[in-house]
Design a binder for this molecule. Structure first.
Ligand SMILES: C[S@@+](CC[C@H](N)C(=O)[O-])C[C@H]1O[C@@H](n2cnc3c(N)ncnc32)[C@H](O)[C@@H]1O
Length: 158
């Protein structure tokens, strides 16, 4: 799938996916909430990749900046469904018209609840996702579900 010329990686963590994304686009901006991880990312990612500390629910970027935004195992770390909805609206804002949003998530269930006992776990419920993304302005929402997880894509209208 073509990801365009500038990817926003949201919740990059220590950057395990960043190098793969750099192979797929000439420019990658990695956003990370945790200050220490963001600093490490910045030290290891020279331009054209760059790392920024920030919050998915209040993106520190101008509107229509990115061709693609990707959030791998990040949304369940947001503290509430309302903050996830704010993140969806923010991602829609920073995507260019026609830009694509891709995300992968783990399902709700006792195992994941136990695994996150010391951290935030706000599971994204797949049945409500299409409506929530549409409310944020996205079109063409597609989802692909497996017992271990699900992924989805949505587009900002051209
Ligand atoms: C499970 S890790 C996933 C890291 C990476 N995407 C990967 O696939 O390995 C989730 C990351 O999201 C970050 N995160 C949590 N809340 C966030 C927020 N509000 N905005 C941006 N990143 C956030 C965490 O600090 C953590 O690094």
């Amino acid at each position: 799938m073509p990801l365009g010329d500038h990817i926003l990686e949201i919740g990059a963590g220590a950057g395990p996916a960043t190098s793969e994304l750099r192979r797929r686009a000439p420019r990658v901006t990695s956003l990370e909430y945790d200050h220490t991880l963001a600093l490490k990312l910045a030290q290891h990612n020279a331009p054209p990749a760059n790392a920024v500390q920030g919050d998915a629910a209040a993106l520190p970027f101008a509107g229509a900046t990115f061709s693609c935004a990707i959030a791998i195992l990040v949304l369940h770390h947001l503290k509430s469904a309302a903050l996830q909805d704010r993140a969806f609206a923010e991602i829609h804002r920073v995507l260019r018209p026609g830009g694509i949003f891709l995300a992968g998530e783990i399902p709700d269930g006792w195992l994941h609840r136990v695994m996150h006992i010391r951290s935030t776990f706000t599971p994204v419920q797949p049945p409500s996702l299409a409506a929530r993304l549409a409310h944020a302005g996205f079109r063409s929402v597609c989802m692909d579900s497996h017992p271990q997880g699900f992924r989805f894509q949505a587009r900002r209208q051209v």
